[in-house]
Design a protein around this ligand. Structure first.
Ligand SMILES: NC(=O)c1ccc[n+]([C@@H]2O[C@H](COP(=O)([O-])OP(=O)(O)OC[C@H]3O[C@@H](n4cnc5c(N)ncnc54)[C@H](O)[C@@H]3O)[C@@H](O)[C@H]2O)c1
Length: 231
């Protein structure tokens, strides 16, 4: 897809980081954006930055609080955007929301492990399930699923376990690659891509900690590990 003007994009995790930057750049090119995240305040800041791009009159940017790992919340997001964007179709779906953490079967709780896995994997899978009918109604569509370098290599070094995040990101890569053929056979007007970022300087570590523990403060172990990685 080369032209974004007048199109409608859904972005999960639009409150900060790469999701925020996607929203800003799409709005700058005249694309309507509906984003979800866990924090209304973070999305308000994304909205403010989008407005600085001087979007054309009539362009819609809407924000929706929804947890991508919970299907009912994604369905509510879809219903809200249908009403607020006055549309039954979308052209772009960025399944971007994700958290790190949940690395160990030994030192993390099962709840922490599954929280990471469910956001990073189920968030992508449920995002596609929820929005596919709206993509089907557009004349062209594109799904962009965010995996990670940890979808190629299941490690962030030999000193830190990384099982929950890596398994989810491998699943996102495999799912998206298989989806290319499913779409080619059954909905050829929709394409899909997988993004495999290396390290990007966002606030993912503190955001993830807040989701996992309710606090942004890093433990001494985490600070030492991040220093070793050069973050
Ligand atoms: N930053 C990196 O180095 C890096 C590297 C590889 C992959 N990634 C991936 O890129 C994506 C974006 O990460 P980022 O670096 O911009 O991080 P970020 O923390 O800045 O952005 C992620 C956004 O997702 C939101 N989010 C988290 N859990 C959610 C949930 N359950 N429901 C809805 N929204 C939720 C957060 O509130 C946040 O706004 C993630 O999938 C991440 O795994 C990041």
């Amino acid at each position: 897809m080369k032209e974004f003007s007048g199109k409608i994009a859904v972005i999960t995790g639009g409150g900060t980081g790469m999701g925020r930057e996607l929203a800003r750049q799409l709005v700058a090119q005249g694309c309507n954006v509906a984003m979800c995240s866990l924090s209304a305040d973070a999305m308000a800041e994304t909205m403010r930055l989008c407005e600085l791009e001087r979007p054309p009159q009539g362009l819609r940017v809407t924000t929706h609080v929804a947890d991508v790992s919970i299907e009912d919340q994604l369905k509510r997001f879809r219903d809200e955007l249908t009403e607020q964007q006055q549309t039954h179709k979308i052209h772009l779906l960025f399944n971007n929301a994700g958290i790190s953490g949940g690395g160990s079967l030994f030192t993390n709780t099962r709840e922490q492990w599954e929280r990471t896995f469910n956001i990073c994997w189920s968030g992508v899978y449920l995002g596609v399930r929820t929005f596919l009918p709206m993509l089907m109604k557009a004349n062209e569509g594109h799904i962009v699923n965010t995996s990670s370098i940890n979808g190629f290599w299941a490690a962030i070094g030999t000193t830190a376990p990384h099982t929950g995040y890596s398994s989810a990101k491998f699943a996102v890569k495999g799912f998206t690659e298989a989806l290319i053929n499913d779409l080619r056979l059954n909905a050829p007007h929709i394409k899909c891509s997988v993004v495999m970022p290396g390290m990007v300087g966002t606030s993912i570590v503190s955001n993830s900690r807040r989701v996992q523990t309710g606090s942004d403060r890093l433990s001494n172990d985490e600070i030492a590990r991040l220093r070793k990685l050069g973050v």
